[in-house]
Design a protein around this ligand. Structure first.
Ligand code: UTP
Length: 302
């Protein structure tokens, strides 16, 4: 019987250089899709999948994330005085229960693998999930929920969510080889970090959600820095593949890479259009901008 997935790591210690200057003093993970911070969207997905312990690997400038998952008494009492019950309810719903969060620091941004390893003592000896908050997975049920279903169906092991991209894109990502497809799930028989198109085993990229067995921590520990001088999680997984099964899931949904400006803008448009309170008006505004300016906004005084 496979062990249940109750803990999730959120690596949030990256520098977010692609989003400077927005990320100079503010963590990338607090950027919002409409009005919800990326980190809150990822935590919502994990809660919906049954996660009970949320582990944040933070770095310098990231204490605002800790504050975000804490009570704000002054704010709450002001909202109460002003009769803002809807806003109060949202704040309450978004908050994990007392004792469900842990924060640890990655003292230097040495790569995603290293960030995950920093959480090893909090995770202990049990399988766990990893969610990269800047990858927003728009899916129902959520991507991690779909992965846990695959994990249960396949009797445990490691599970990675993948997404199809054009072959001209594969050099930017970790890429997997797939065999024994069943529904959207398959067995991973190869994994390559940032391959050239001609060397790629497929066009299925690793897209920001993982279920991993605790043995991966030993593999990370044994590692010397790989591509870009960073400790990559893909290198550790490649070694773990020699002794444990890895399953892939082409999850049903859309990925928005919100660490990238174009992905971030696309996510805001998609989520904005979907909102009951904003969608219809937002659609009209967007159509107007595109038809009047061909997408170009003319500033006053230009
Ligand atoms: P990215 O590859 O997007 O790196 O990290 P980054 O530093 O955040 O952003 P850019 O590329 O400079 O713009 C993917 C995820 O891994 C975390 C990031 O916070 C992000 O959630 N990460 C990355 C760490 O926690 N530590 C690291 O050393 C690197």
């Amino acid at each position: 019987m496979q062990r249940p997935i109750k803990k999730a790591i959120f690596p949030v210690a990256g520098l977010g250089t692609r989003f400077l200057p927005a990320t100079k003093a503010m963590p990338k993970e607090m950027l919002t899709v409409v009005d919800r911070p990326l980190i809150q969207i990822a935590v919502d997905e994990a809660r919906e999948a049954g996660i009970e312990h949320f582990i944040f690997v933070t770095g310098r400038n990231k204490s605002v994330i800790e504050d975000h998952f804490d009570k704000q008494y002054e704010l709450e009492s002001t909202l109460r005085k002003r009769g803002k019950s809807v806003e109060l309810e949202i704040l309450e719903q978004d908050l994990p229960a007392a004792g469900q969060t842990s924060f640890t620091r990655q003292q230097e941004p040495l790569g995603l693998g290293h960030a995950i390893w920093c959480a090893r003592n909090i995770v202990g000896d049990e399988p766990f999930a990893v969610l990269l908050p800047d990858m927003v997975m728009h899916a129902k049920p959520g991507c991690l929920g779909q992965m846990i279903a695959t994990y249960n169906e396949r009797g445990g092991g490691n599970v990675i969510a993948v997404e199809k991209v054009g072959l001209d894109q594969v050099h930017r990502y970790g890429v997997v080889g797939a065999k024994d497809w069943r529904g959207n799930g398959f067995t991973i028989d190869r994994m390559v970090e940032k391959p050239r198109a001609e060397d790629a085993p497929s066009n299925l990229i690793i897209s920001g959600r993982y279920i991993l067995q605790p043995e991966v921590f030993d593999e990370i520990q044994a590692q010397t820095p790989g591509a870009g001088g960073e400790i990559q999680i893909t290198d550790a997984m490649i070694r773990l593949m020699a002794r444990q099964p890895f399953h892939g899931l082409a999850y049903e949904g859309t990925t928005y890479d919100c660490g990238d400006k174009l992905g971030f803008l696309a996510a805001n448009v998609a989520y904005g259009l979907e909102r009951d309170d904003l969608g219809p008006e937002f659609r009209t505004v967007l159509q107007k901008i595109i038809s009047e300016h061909g997408g170009r906004v003319t500033w006053k005084g230009e």
